[in-house]
Design a binder for this molecule. Structure first.
Ligand code: 7RM
Length: 598
């Protein structure tokens, strides 16, 4: 830190306006890099494990990482980047991604990482919303046995992104790649052109923006969640240290993609702020086989392992023989994040991976919270399957009833809110502060509303039940139902659609789409395929409906609102009690929908 703060906190949840550590001057990369270069230059900062088992892993020391970040920062400067610019990063899980993120922070540019599974169209929305001027990408992406083009997607997107003037391309797959002269540059050429291996860190104010990360909500348009420099840094460093108990010679592995907040906070910033060794994995859990995670844990002697319930359930389904060849004895703490973990998966994880000796940290938090908010601390708090547990010290969660009253005592269930700011609470939604107020601070006055429902058990442990808004959580990825509807309505067959989530054994929730079609005489399989392909094309593979039911009408109220409650019941396969249907315009559609359920 270059200058200490004058004031720790000022806040109100009405506008909202939250400021932490006002007056402080800092650059987060000095705390991630320079500080450790002084005390432990040769410690491994990043272990990179390739998608391909035959490609050697990379070990990058703090000294080397510092140098590579400085060089990358100088590449960005060479291409005109400066403090406050928004830079879009669309890359696979290769070291250049972490380096690009840190290089932006180094020069005070605001990074907006977009998960590389998103489509060109999704990329256009995000680049345009933030008016990014530079895109950092790669030729392609190695994923299991496949190679997926990334630069091609960027090229398609940039036809509709006039703000972008430069594209930096990492060579990851040796794909033949089209380069537009004057706009596109190979990263390795640019790096080779830099002679200055130092780049002074740009001094930032505590409340200057650090990054934007887009996340889905109940409307069709994703929001750019904004985090600022000092508060985010403090809270992520604090939670990383206390939740994972990562010791000085430990290896920490978070399996998320850096395109999601989990990767930002617990692959990049948290571990590096604490001078830890963070493992970065390019591949997927099932390549070359369903033992890959366990092989990587043994290979690199991983001590803390942090993954998602979807991955746990899917590997559990492959059977225990995939674990047998590995001893997993290095593990000390194992974690879960992204969605509720069911009891069966929790028990399997505890027994087979943690060998009944590793505490499980079931961490509840959100893109908007920046860091972990609720989890039982290992070795301190009691453990209970499928319960995230206690709030992190300093966090004040509450459960509200429908009238906005705080539920007192234990053994209660309600809407999960937080009543006091923490350092990494979102500050705004980019370019639209009113939307931030509306979404998070207007449902319940003077509370931050999470969008989740939760239960506090008889001992005070929290159990997160799930979203109470129109957001579905597919494999731990948030998708708005409205977003999917808008996309599939683009199919040439679709007139109107309604999308809901339903319980899915592996993914937690699956996507169920009810569609009214223009030409129901067409082959229904053909229509379904087209609907799926349209969703993939417009949003990305993660938005592809698992089930599609062709219907002649949707259950609407007289005011034209779709009664999603009914559709959810049908999708769940439980139509014994549909609740009040008297306000429906045409109750007969319900019968048809129940009969045609898929
Ligand atoms: C970190 C992340 C946030 C939403 C959140 C919840 C759900 C996350 C848990 C969980 C039950 C958990 N950010 N969620 N963690 N539900 N138990 N431990 O996932 O912005 O992408 O999603 O995810 O519904 O509101 S996120």
């Amino acid at each position: 830190m270059a200058k200490k703060w004058d004031k720790v906190l000022s806040w109100n949840f009405t506008e909202p306006n939250v400021k932490w550590f006002e007056g402080a001057k800092l650059n987060i990369t000095e705390n991630c890099l320079d500080r450790h270069v002084e005390t432990q230059p040769d410690k491994i900062a990043i272990i990179w494990e390739s998608n391909d088992v035959n490609v050697a892993s990379e070990h990058i020391t703090y000294k080397q990482l510092h140098e590579r970040v400085c060089i990358m920062a100088n590449v960005l400067k060479k291409h005109g980047a400066k403090k406050g610019d928004r830079i879009c990063i669309y890359m696979p899980m290769i070291p250049q991604l972490t380096i690009a993120v840190l290089a932006c922070a180094r020069i005070g540019a605001i990074h907006s990482v977009v998960f590389a599974g998103f489509s060109a169209n999704s990329l256009v929305d995000r680049i345009t919303d933030a008016t990014c001027n530079i895109v950092i990408t790669s030729d392609g992406i190695n994923r299991g046995g496949k190679q997926i083009p990334a630069k091609k997607v960027v090229d398609e997107a940039l036809q509709n992104c006039p703000s972008v003037t430069k594209v930096l391309v990492a060579n990851c797959c040796n794909l033949e790649t089209q380069m537009t002269a004057g706009r596109d540059y190979w990263l390795h050429d640019e790096i080779a052109s830099i002679t200055d291996v130092n780049c002074p860190a740009e001094m930032m104010d505590a409340e200057d923006m650090l990054f934007i990360l887009y996340t889905s909500g109940s409307t069709g348009k994703p929001k750019g969640v904004v985090h600022t420099c000092a508060g985010y840094m403090v809270y992520v460093a604090y939670t990383f240290a206390n939740v994972f108990k990562c010791g000085n010679s430990d290896v920490f592995w978070c399996t998320a993609d850096i395109g999601w907040v989990t990767g930002h906070s617990y692959i990049v910033y948290g571990p590096l702020l604490q001078g830890a060794t963070t493992l970065m994995f390019e591949g997927v859990p099932t390549h070359p086989d369903a033992g890959r995670f366990w092989a990587v844990i043994d290979k690199h002697k991983v001590n803390q392992f942090y993954t998602a319930p979807t991955a746990i359930r899917s590997l559990m389904a492959f059977g225990d023989e995939w674990i047998k060849p590995y001893n997993l004895s290095s593990l000390k703490v194992i974690g879960s994040v992204g969605e509720p973990i069911n009891e069966e998966a929790w028990n399997w994880y505890h027994k087979n991976i943690g060998k009944e000796k590793c505490p499980i940290v079931d961490t509840w938090w959100q893109t908007e919270t920046g860091g972990i908010m609720i989890t039982s601390l290992p070795g301190i708090h009691p453990q209970r399957a499928a319960h995230a547990g206690f709030p992190i010290p300093g966090i004040q969660p509450v459960l509200l009833d429908g009238a906005g009253q705080e539920l007192q005592g234990n053994d209660v269930e309600g809407y999960l809110c937080v009543k006091f700011p923490w350092p990494s609470i979102l500050r705004t939604t980019y370019g639209d502060h009113e939307r931030c107020r509306q979404t998070y601070f207007s449902n319940y006055k003077d509370y931050y509303f999470t969008g989740d429902g939760a239960r506090r058990d008889e001992h005070g442990l929290y159990r997160i039940i799930g979203r109470v808004d129109d957001v579905i959580n597919v494999s731990g990825h948030r998708i708005g139902t409205a977003e999917v509807e808008n996309a599939i309505n683009e199919s040439e067959y679709v007139i109107e659609s309604a999308v809901v989530g339903y319980p899915h054994d592996i993914k937690g929730q699956g996507i169920y789409a009810f569609v009214i079609c223009k030409n129901i005489d067409s082959n229904h399989d053909h229509i379904r395929t087209d609907v799926q392909e349209t969703a993939s094309r417009i949003i990305g593979k993660l938005a592809r409906p698992d089930k599609i039911q062709i219907v002649s009408g949707l259950p609407k109220t007289r005011s034209g609102k779709i009664m999603r409650r009914i559709l959810r019941k049908v999708a769940e396969g439980d139509t014994t009690n549909l609740g009040d249907t008297t306000t429906l315009l045409d109750p007969s559609v319900v019968e048809e929908i129940i009969k045609g359920a898929v």
